[in-house]
Design a protein around this ligand. Structure first.
Ligand code: ADP
Ligand code: ASP
Ligand code: MG
Length: 843
């Protein structure tokens, strides 16, 4: 057997193996070919081959849509003419799409008498009708129906020509065999019981294939009435029900029903089967596979329906039937665009009986269908969704209906959110499992998407959420990953690609294989330096990023970065700040509120004003985003995480002392060996241990920032100014000189440093540059520390943090190791990135 439910099911080519009673050869087969199967001559040929293959063995009724795009063009011609334009351009293009197929066939010597004659006649009829609309400035629905139906009239005749040419006994039939159940020019219903004898009567004994135009029927007077947009599915379903067909097939340009729209979710899988209810929910909320209206007659008459690919008929497709297994918790995810959500809100709604009914009646009187409706449990508000095209009418009818309540302030204004989408999760198996809604919402949140409304039907077959229109794609992708992929995805935007940033990218590249083994899909989607931003629609090639950034990078603004999330539909979007830029650090709140996680190597945000410090944390919490900065202190050493765990478990810091600067650790080690200060600084510089300008280290501010971060982590409400900083050398001594003169200027301090060191040595101590927290006060200064205590042994660029806490005494907790350097810092950032994610559960 073919293993279905595989990603990229479309690439599997195998013979059909489904051998179910549905394919009962004695019974009639109804086949529907949609616009995507009839896009051009190749499509007509492929469709004719499929029909021929089945017609050899059983009687077939074929129902056809118009040539792809023709209905839309005819509609555009009408709308243009109504608005005062001529509409001829659209009409001519529609006709040209049909004519080109006839011409191509003529070149091959194939005669298409039925279709050619029809097209010729229609050309003048349609032209006259569109001119009439232009003159009148309006189009009665009756005329609209006649114009739109012509597309199906053409394609069905052309198919008969083609089938006859292949030697099949094919017969064209008018839709007078589809009597209609109601008077609706544009969205009518078929009277299935009345249609049954008519269809059977029309089938001649020697007919192999009967071909009918889809999309319309005729009323009792013989006038054309449409069956609604995408109505050919419904034509086929109604015919299948009326004729007692054993199977209805819907032929398209996709392998079948996918777990999500394959144009949006590239790894969507083709489903083996779905139940009628599942198909209904999926299509109702946007999956363009089979129209929701068509499912009713199929389900009511228990007619199985196959969704198949015209261009690859060897594939089994998806079977929609009542016996679909319920082993899958979730069957698929669909999304519906162009939705408006309308909210009625106000104290006057509370406790009043019949509000929901009045809402529904008001909209029903305007023939507006409500996609979903939710009432808050406080009865304070009702939110409903309608199609965007109905938004204006819906608002007006609700305003009229609730005129009295509005006048007396019982309800506030009716608010309308225009550009919304509904994303829904569908599966009958949901009824039997807990936690599906939680997983659904977690997944949506992981894409940084805000959920405005949640609705779960009483069937428990679907959960739907309303999101902003632009968020539909990222939300759909995130849900698909959560329910159908066994990997965790992280989409990374790297800002700053100097030492640490470049090393991080190298580490990503080296670890790619191992991450995949651990089901972690880490994708770098954008890289920026201060000048250029490089974005990839897919994943950036990490072996060539430097060159690509130079060649393809564009100048950028923060808004460009923010827009990447929705534009590319990122999952777990994470911004990595590997710069030291204060301006960028001041934008973290904006990033977090737009749904990004933030991983910062940059210390500036955490040492900015307390107010901003708190705002970042609040914003991260409110948006369920992560703000991680483990490398802010001690580079790769697990400082922040350790502190947070201790504090959360009820520990309290008593005193802290630490050597927090790799450069100063190196310099003070050299001093201890007897090297004069000026030489020690020069040597550290040469070894690459200092900042480009060593005064940044000597000022002590870098250590002060780290100390402040630790202090805030343990709950002290301090500002940077509150840290007492004694610089390594007097600042006025080195401040006003050129960088090149620095070493020379330091020579003047060599002697005083040597004597301080000697004095310390005499009492068994060494000099160290120490950050200290004691009695809720922070101080950074040179200290003489006993050489046998933890800090006394720290040199050569090492860092050490000594935590005397309530739990850790009398022996303190000591963290020690290299606290600087690209490799360890990048590794720390890497660790933070991996900590941003949740793991998807297995479906
Ligand atoms: P036709 O007019 O031939 O019936 P449509 O254009 O109406 O076809 O719809 C076909 C398209 O629907 C496919 O090409 C596919 O991209 C899209 N589609 C959306 N959701 C799904 C889904 N869940 N499974 C399969 N196709 C889907
Ligand atoms: N041609 C019609 C439409 O585009 C009907 C159909 O294709 O099903 O709506
Ligand atoms: Mg269609």
């Amino acid at each position: 057997m073919i293993r279905r439910d595989e990603p990229c099911g479309r690439s599997i080519r195998m013979p059909i193996e489904r051998d179910s009673p549905m394919n009962d050869k004695k019974k009639l087969l109804v086949q529907k070919f949609g616009g995507t199967s009839l896009a051009d001559l190749r499509g007509f040929d492929a469709s004719a081959s499929v029909i021929a293959q089945y017609a050899d063995e059983q009687r077939v009724i074929v129902v056809l849509s118009a040539v792809k795009g023709v209905t839309d063009l005819l509609l555009a011609a009408i709308d243009t003419a109504v608005e005062g334009g001529h509409g001829a351009e659209h009409l001519n293009e529609a006709i040209a799409r049909e004519q080109v197929i006839i011409d191509e066939l003529a070149e091959q010597g194939v005669l298409t008498s039925l279709a050619s004659e029809f097209l010729q006649e229609q050309q003048s009829v349609l032209t006259r009708r569109v001119e009439g609309i232009h003159l009148l400035g309006q189009c009665p629905d009756e005329t609209r129906a006649r114009i739109l139906a012509s597309g199906e009239g053409f394609s069905s005749r052309l198919m008969v020509d083609l089938l006859q040419q292949r030697g099949l006994r094919a017969q064209w039939s008018d839709v007078d065999v589809l009597p209609l159940a109601n008077e609706d020019w544009l969205d009518s219903l078929v009277d299935i019981d009345a249609a049954a004898p008519l269809i059977r009567g029309r089938l001649k004994d020697d007919t192999q294939v009967m071909v009918l135009p889809g999309f319309y029927g005729r009323n009792a007077r013989g006038d054309i009435q449409l069956l609604g947009r995408n109505g050919t599915d419904y034509s086929a379903a109604a015919i299948a029900a009326a004729a007692g067909a054993g199977l209805c097939q819907i032929w398209k340009d996709v392998d079948g029903f996918f777990t999500a729209d394959p144009r949006i979710v590239s790894n969507a899988r083709c489903l083996d089967e779905v139940s009628y209810d599942e198909a209904m929910e999926l299509t109702y909320f946007g999956a363009k596979v089979i129209s929701a209206k068509a499912l009713t007659p199929l389900a009511a008459n228990n007619i199985p329906c196959e969704v198949r690919n015209t261009y690859d008929p060897s594939l089994p497709g998806t079977l929609v039937h009542s016996e679909a297994q319920r082993t899958h918790v979730v069957r698929g995810i669909s999304h519906l665009h162009d939705v408006a959500s309308i909210t009625l809100q106000g104290g006057g709604l509370r406790g009043r009986v019949g509000i929901a009914r009045r809402v529904m009646d008001a909209l029903a009187s305007e023939s507006i269908s409500i996609l979903l409706i939710v009432q808050s449990s406080s009865e304070y508000s009702i939110t409903l969704c309608v199609r965007r095209a109905d938004e204006g009418k819906a608002r007006k009818s609700l305003e009229e209906e609730f005129h009295f309540e509005r006048l007396h302030g019982l309800i506030e204004e009716i608010s309308v959110q225009s550009d919304r989408a509904v994303v829904s999760l569908v599966g009958e198996g949901m009824k039997h499992y807990r936690g599906i809604a939680a997983r659904f919402l977690t997944a949506i949140s992981s894409a940084g998407v805000n959920v405005e409304v949640i609705a779960q039907g009483s069937t428990e077959c679907a959960i739907a959420v309303v999101v902003r229109g632009e968020d539909a794609q990222p939300a759909t992708r995130a849900c698909h990953t959560a329910f159908f992929s066994h990997s965790t995805h992280i989409d990374v935007i790297l800002l700053g690609c100097g030492n640490v940033g470049s090393e991080l990218l190298d580490q990503f590249q080296r670890q790619a294989g191992s991450l995949i083994e651990h089901h972690m899909d880490l994708r770098v989607r954008a890289i920026a330096n201060s000048e250029k931003l490089l974005i990839s629609d897919d994943v950036l090639d990490l072996s060539t990023w430097k060159q690509q950034l130079v060649e393809e990078g564009q100048s950028w603004t923060l808004q460009d970065v923010i827009e990447i999330r929705t534009r590319l539909g990122l999952l777990n979007p994470t911004i990595i700040d590997c710069t030291t830029d204060a301006g960028l650090a001041s934008e973290y709140v904006r990033f977090l509120s737009h749904g990004f996680n933030v991983v910062a190597a940059n210390k500036k945000a955490n040492t900015s004003k307390l107010e901003y410090y708190r705002e970042m944390r609040d914003t991260a919490a409110k948006n369920f985003r992560k703000f991680l900065y483990e490398t802010n202190v001690g580079a790769g050493l697990p400082v922040i995480d350790t502190l947070q765990s201790l504090i959360r478990s009820g520990d309290e810091l008593e005193t802290f002392e630490g050597i927090l600067s790799g450069s100063l650790s190196m310099i003070f080690g050299l001093l201890e060996d007897g090297m004069p200060l000026s030489k020690a600084v020069a040597e550290a510089m040469q070894l690459g241990f200092t900042e480009p300008d060593p005064r940044d280290d000597l000022s002590g501010m870098d250590v002060a920032r780290k100390l402040l971060i630790i202090a805030r982590e343990v709950g002290l409400q301090l500002e940077l100014d509150d840290i007492a900083v004694e610089s390594v050398v007097p600042l006025d001594h080195v401040d006003h000189i050129e960088r090149t003169e620095l070493i020379g200027a330091l020579e003047a301090l060599d002697d005083s440093f040597s004597s301080k060191i000697k004095a310390a040595e005499a009492s068994g101590k060494v000099l160290r540059y120490v950050g200290r927290i004691e009695n809720d006060k922070c101080r950074v200064a040179i200290e003489a520390v006993p050489s046998d205590k933890p800090l006394g042994a720290i040199r050569d660029g090492e860092n050490a943090l000594v935590l005397h806490t309530h739990y850790y005494q009398p022996i303190p907790l000591v963290l020690r190791g290299y606290g600087a350097g690209a490799a360890v810092t990048a590794a720390g950032v890497f660790g933070d990135i991996l900590r941003t994610v949740w793991r998807p559960l297995d479906n």
